[in-house]
Design a protein around this ligand. Sequence first.
Ligand SMILES: C[S@@+](CC[C@H](N)C(=O)[O-])C[C@H]1O[C@@H](n2cnc3c(N)ncnc32)[C@H](O)[C@@H]1O
Length: 206
Amino acid sequence: METPHQNHINKADFHDVYEPAEDSFLMIDALEKDIDYLKAKKPIFCLEVGSGSGIVITAFSMAFPGTFCLSTDINVKACIMSKSTACYNKALHDSINMNLADSFTNNKLDVIIFNPPYVVTDSIECGQKDITASWAGGKNGREVTDKLLDMIPKKLADNGVFYLLLIEENIPKEVCEIMSSFGFNYECIIKRLVRNERQMVIKFFR
Ligand SMILES: C[S@@+](CC[C@H](N)C(=O)[O-])C[C@H]1O[C@@H](n2cnc3c(N)ncnc32)[C@H](O)[C@@H]1O
């Protein structure tokens, strides 16, 4: 998969929107590793939740030009940047200012991608709509992620796939147990140690 260009973004704009970092690139690498599996699925709809600068959903859209690509972000400035990243890279993509996947109708999404705010923080820091939403994950860094987990059985198509980035502090084993209780299988696609952070991308499928 190609990494989208970002020359159109002023460095100062990253005061308000998450600047792509190792976690963003790990998610792109995970999707690339799984590209044959994804191509075999011929996805019609792909949603990235929390798209930030739009680098991940744009990379997906460039690799899957026949897929209707959408993204959401709670931060309106991230939605605007995501759209501009897609345009600059001549990729098609629509961006919606929305909490998680709230307004999507049931079981229509073939692929869901989430690189969540995963840093362990006080709960009170969660739920902002600015740059804080990029990293503040509350208890175990899981408060936002857990809300999306609850939605996955209702939003994902029956043969759909959900890619989630986690760090060790998020207790990935517990996330896998929650998803198993909803009837999902799981597989760790990729792991990387980034400074002191053990990052991984896990895929969930029925
Ligand atoms: C770690 S950043 C990842 C950004 C981008 N996907 C990337 O990989 O570079 C998490 C993103 O999730 C967004 N976010 C946090 N809470 C959200 C929510 N409840 N609904 C939608 N987006 C949310 C943040 O605004 C931020 O853009």
